[in-house]
Design a protein around this ligand. Structure first.
Ligand code: HEM
Length: 245
């Protein structure tokens, strides 16, 4: 039956999008989890783009509000891994071949998030690759508010991976020691970074549980490769400054 609700939420389309390739019951939860996470990646990118725009416009209140909304999206993303906790290795193995070379590694919504964070990998060509990240815009804001940031980090080639700099760490030290107006922003970015790591850790743990150390469908070594992602910090000087405070 067509109701206002079903047409608003495009339910016909939505409920027609799950097309498992096997009879394995667990494939349905794998597919729905993937689709739910993809939708949440999109929502999170939407919040982060707003936060980035607000930072650019010196609107700290707007940036904080968008990042806070994003934290809740991140929390749901982290707990979404629970949906896969019941899948056994034999169940996964029974439909894995049907995935072919398909891998979350090819997710452009996820890659946008990595780019918005500042983790640039030039081989994925998306508009966000050449744009400043949340971190780039934050550093520009610090600079405009009287906390010097090196020119090399304000006018860099944004498509290149971010390289940490001791003077950026110094800028964060100034924030923590004498700029209460900016400490909340720093702490909020730490909340974001912590949740990014949590999602990666839970992905790693789920992969380990479901397929052990086998290579990934996307062609990587699997666990070893994912471990490196877990160990990669977002907003590096916000972490390193903690050694000095
Ligand atoms: C338990 C089932 C899963 C397994 C065994 C698994 C396995 C892997 C592996 C081995 C990789 C490394 C790339 C490769 O060689 O394929 C990877 C990457 C990735 N997976 Fe999964 N995955 C699972 C579930 C999911 C789900 C539900 C999502 C949600 C969309 C997802 C999103 C991603 C993303 C975004 C990457 C790229 C990460 C990065 O670039 O750092 N995975 N996955």
């Amino acid at each position: 039956m067509k109701t206002a609700y079903s047409s608003y939420a495009a339910l016909d389309v939505l409920h027609d999008l799950q097309k498992p390739r096997t009879e394995v019951s667990a494939e349905m939860s794998f597919m729905v989890t993937t689709q739910v996470m993809e939708l949440l990646f999109g929502l999170l990118a939407h919040e982060w783009v707003q936060a980035r725009q607000a930072l650019r416009e010196d609107d700290l209140t707007g940036a904080t509000a968008a990042l806070r909304r994003g934290l809740h999206v991140q929390d749901v993303l982290v707990t979404s891994w629970d949906l896969l906790a019941t899948m056994t290795p034999t169940e996964y193995g029974a439909f894995r071949e049907q995935l072919g070379e398909a891998s979350g590694f090819q997710s452009s919504a996820y890659r946008r998030l990595e780019y918005l964070l500042g983790n640039k990998a030039p081989k994925f060509d998306l508009p966000e690759l050449t744009e400043p990240s949340l971190y780039d815009e934050t550093l520009a804001l610090l600079h405009r508010r009287g906390i010097p940031v090196p020119a090399s980090h304000l006018e860099r080639d944004f498509a290149q991976p971010y390289e940490p700099h001791p003077d950026v760490e110094k800028a964060w030290r100034v924030v923590y020691e004498s700029r209460p107006d900016l400490v909340q922003l720093a702490e909020l970015l730490m909340d974001v970074a912590g949740r990014v790591t949590l999602w990666r850790q839970r992905h790693y743990a789920s992969v380990r549980r479901v397929m052990g150390g086998k290579p990934g469908t996307g062609g990587t070594s699997g666990l070893t490769w994912l471990r490196r992602a877990v160990d990669r910090d977002s907003f590096p000087e916000l972490w390193s400054v903690r050694d000095t405070l």
